[in-house]
Ligand binder design. Structure first.
Ligand code: SF4
Length: 363
């Protein structure tokens, strides 16, 4: 197959075929997938895909496959329980000091593993009405414990700079809010969208803005993507990363290492490595928890702390996020045969090479 460049976002399976990103034999299956879950591949993402590689890690993230039609036991439409914790439209309030604020239901690209795939995309939920937006702001205003608002959705950077400036200023005017964090894939999917006007819209007085970039493979951090992030960071906005552990995309230590190094080189602190959520039709992209822990252990041995994300699981049903990385400390009586002092409780600490060392019990 040879890929044909595109100047516009590809949204139809027939367009994917016409541009060499899927075969004609796949078309009927892809039409069925696209009728259920949104498809969008921006020109920047299309340009990263090698059509001659059947296992291309970028294609696996964005080009639909008929495997998405197979739902597995345990998969659910709302895998992390957003609905259970939504007191008013647009708000998810799971932890005392922070809320998600879902402003939009569209994204620049649609990830095949998306945990909100039942609600994002054209024809799914609609954006917030003005009345619902005002009610959501009132909810945040009425809860002094809320220190951080996380703008998500959908992708908040799909909003116009003018609208973003209004929202940022509405939020920054709430006294008890300290942090406004935006989660986005736009700097990699459509870097040109990070314009001077958009950057300026995100800078407010009265709250600190953070941006979390979602990327899963070092190839996504192109020169243009890095430049887009630099425009945000140079303006004073700190950035963190979030990635999803995905089978056939980044589930080997060399790929994860390259991704984390690419973030740090771009001045983005690795923050989260999510275990894949139980979203419908995504089993072909998930790994096991044991494999994820093994990868984290290997990563620890290869790169500095600056490059270490937290490996986390959103517990199905809306019970929040838990760190699920390997443990490096345990009670001594379970890890060594220390016959000299068998009664004394001590700790065994494992170093980055896998060697075990005793540590005393008290100060
Ligand atoms: S950008 Fe985020 S919300 Fe949008 S499809 Fe990808 S994972 Fe889902």
């Amino acid at each position: 197959m040879s890929r044909k460049d595109t100047a516009t976002t590809l949204r139809q399976p027939a367009e994917l075929v016409a541009h060499g990103l899927a075969s004609i034999e796949q078309l009927a299956g892809l039409e069925q997938v696209a009728a259920r879950y949104a498809v969008a591949v921006t020109p920047d993402i299309a340009a990263l895909i090698d059509p001659d590689d059947p296992d291309d890690p970028i294609a696996r993230q964005f080009i639909p496959t008929s495997a998405e039609l197979a739902m597995q036991p345990g998969e659910r439409a709302d895998p992390i329980g957003d609905q259970t914790h939504s007191p008013v439209s647009g708000i998810v309030h799971r932890y005392p000091d922070r809320v998600l604020f879902k402003l939009v239901h569209v994204c620049a690209v649609y990830c095949r593993f998306c945990f909100r795939r039942e609600t994002v995309g054209p024809g799914k939920d609609s954006g917030l009405s003005d009345t619902a937006y005002r009610a959501a702001l009132d909810y945040i205003r009425a809860k002094p414990a809320i220190w951080e608002v996380i703008l998500t959705g959908g992708d908040p950077l799909m909003l116009s700079p003018r609208r973003l400036a209004e929202i940022m200023s509405d939020l920054a005017a709430i006294d008890h809010l300290g942090i406004i964090r935006l989660h986005t894939r736009v700097p990699v999917a459509d870097p040109a969208r990070i314009s001077a006007e958009l950057v300026s819209a995100l800078r407010v007085t009265g709250a600190t803005t953070w941006v979390a970039l979602h990327a899963n493979h070092a190839r996504e951090l192109t020169a243009s993507a890095r430049a887009a992030c630099a425009r945000l960071i140079d303006s004073g906005i700190p950035m963190v990363s979030q990635s999803v552990l995905l089978r056939g995309v980044n589930d080997d230590v060399a790929t994860l290492e390259a991704l984390m190094r690419a973030f740090v080189e771009s001045r983005i602190k690795p923050y989260y490595l999510h275990h894949g959520d139980l979203a419908p039709g995504t089993a072909h992209l998930r790994t096991t928890l044991a494999h994820g822990q093994e990868l984290m252990r290997s990563l620890r041995g290869r790169v500095s702390g600056l490059c270490q994300p937290d490996y986390v699981l959103d517990i199905p049903g809306g019970h929040g996020k838990s760190p699920i990385g390997p443990s490096y400390v345990e009670q001594a009586n379970s890890c060594v045969d220390d016959r000299d002092r068998p009664q004394e409780t001590r700790y065994c600490v494992t170093d980055y090479c896998g060697d075990v060392h005793l540590y005393p019990p008290g100060p």
